[in-house]
Design a protein around this ligand. Structure first.
Ligand code: NAD
Ligand code: DAU
Length: 350
């Protein structure tokens, strides 16, 4: 792993991954390819001569092949995607283009240029939704995607597997649970709620708030990905998760408590009083949980951060980065999204 192409490196996890590599692997050179959609921000990445930024689309095969050739790329780590379930419900087309066609174009370019490792970053949502007593997802759980987002990610996983099987492409896949941490776009549960709470706005909990997610601090995800790249077996998939599975309402209450403590002067204390139950997400998956035995056993990785530690770091980061937050909140796209997704949701009494 010397010359790495990171797709989607200006987004949440990609930017954390690039920053992690620049800090922890001082000899690797990185090229970041990102289309800078609403979710990608150039300023998420530090200016560094070991990180070259290319503004472009993963669907542009000629561009991808040029980058692979000119930078002698040996490793491609593929994050670029449309990633928000609610957006996939209101407008699925971009998900099919980027997540399926884009992955296909990258696979073709990687095959043509014979790169040494293609790593595909995927999600636990491909496995569907668990009942309250079902065992956690393993790497062999059958796929059962239930939203346009998860269906498009499942399709991309299948393409990667097909390229391993048919063409011998040296690829690996990881399926990870819900990440949170610095640079997460404030449309996702945790940053959205932190920012609403700071502004004294309602905290819109979908349905009854009893849905369960498996939460992982983003830096743990970055470490797991590097473990897969450095020690993982080609052709394998690895589950990555946080080993902690609270209900949504519990997570919201937990960071409201942290906010109360970190912002003792806030006029909106106690922040948990801002919680409102609103119309549910259509097709809302009830429960995810990841079995991470394989990555722990084979690669020696396990999460370092507890939910409490990760949430504290995250709340702190959003408090300290008001300019970053403001620059997003002021965009027309963000305001439009907030209206489109939340205006029609009615408050539901529990
Ligand atoms: P994000 O939405 O924050 O960032 C996506 C990035 O991809 C953005 O920088 C965007 O500009 C870029 N992008 C989108 N379409 C592109 C295109 N056609 N060409 C080039 N760049 C494009 O997403 P994220 O939360 O950082 O997720 C990254 C990856 O990890 C995704 O593949 C997602 O499915 C997967 N994942 C995310 C989570 C999570 O909790 N966020 C969990 C598991 C897996
Ligand atoms: O599980 C991994 C997946 O986690 C990733 O593949 C996705 O890219 C990522 O977006 C995330 O998907 P979720 O749909 O689980 O994340 P989100 O933050 O949108 O929602 C988390 C939970 O909180 C979910 O049960 C829906 C609920 N929710 C979300 C929002 C935005 C609310 O109750 N209110 C909200 O306003």
């Amino acid at each position: 792993m010397q010359n790495i192409l990171v797709t989607g490196g200006a987004g949440f996890i990609g930017a954390n991954f690039v920053r992690w590599l620049l800090r922890e692997r001082p000899t690797v050179k990185i090229v970041t390819l990102d289309a800078l959609t609403y979710a990608g921000r150039r300023e998420n990445l530090p200016e560094q001569n070991r990180n070259i930024f290319v503004h472009g689309n993963i669907c542009d095969r000629a561009l991808v092949e040029k980058i692979l050739r000119e930078h002698a790329i040996d490793t491609l780590v593929h994050f670029a995607a449309e990633s928000h379930v609610d957006r996939s419900i209101l407008g699925p087309e971009a998900f099919m283009q980027t997540n399926i066609v884009g992955t296909f174009q990258l696979l073709e370019a990687a095959r043509a240029l014979k790169i040494k490792r293609f790593h595909h970053v995927s999600t636990d949502e491909v496995f569907g939704s668990l009942g309250p007593n079902d065992p956690a997802f393993t790497e062999t759980t059958p796929y059962d995607p239930r939203s346009p987002y998860s269906a498009s990610k499942a399709a991309s996983d299948h393409l990667v597997r097909a390229y391993v099987h048919t063409f011998g492409l040296p690829a690996t896949i990881s399926n990870c649970s819900n990440n949170y941490g610095p640079f997460q776009f404030p449309e996702k549960l945790i940053p959205l709620m932190i920012l609403n709470a700071l502004a004294g706005k309602p905290l819109p909990v979908y349905g009854d708030g009893q849905q369960v997610r498996d939460w992982l601090y983003v830096e743990d995800h970055c470490e797991a990905l590097v473990a897969v790249l450095e020690k993982g077996r080609v052709g394998e998939t690895y589950n990555i998760g946080g080993g902690v599975q609270p209900k949504n309402l519990e997570v919201v209450r937990q960071f409201c408590g942290i906010l109360d403590e970190l912002c003792p002067q806030s006029p909106h204390k106690p922040h948990a009083n801002l919680i409102r139950f609103v119309t549910d997400r259509p097709g809302h998956d009830r429960r995810y949980a990841m079995n991470i035995d394989k990555i722990e056993r084979e690669l020696g990785w396990r999460p370092r951060f507890s939910l409490e530690q990760g949430l504290r770091l995250t709340v702190r980061w959003y408090l300290d980065n008001a300019a970053w937050v403001k620059s997003i909140q002021q965009t027309g796209d963000f305001k439009q999204w907030m209206n489109r997704n939340y205006d029609k949701r009615e408050e539901v009494k529990q």
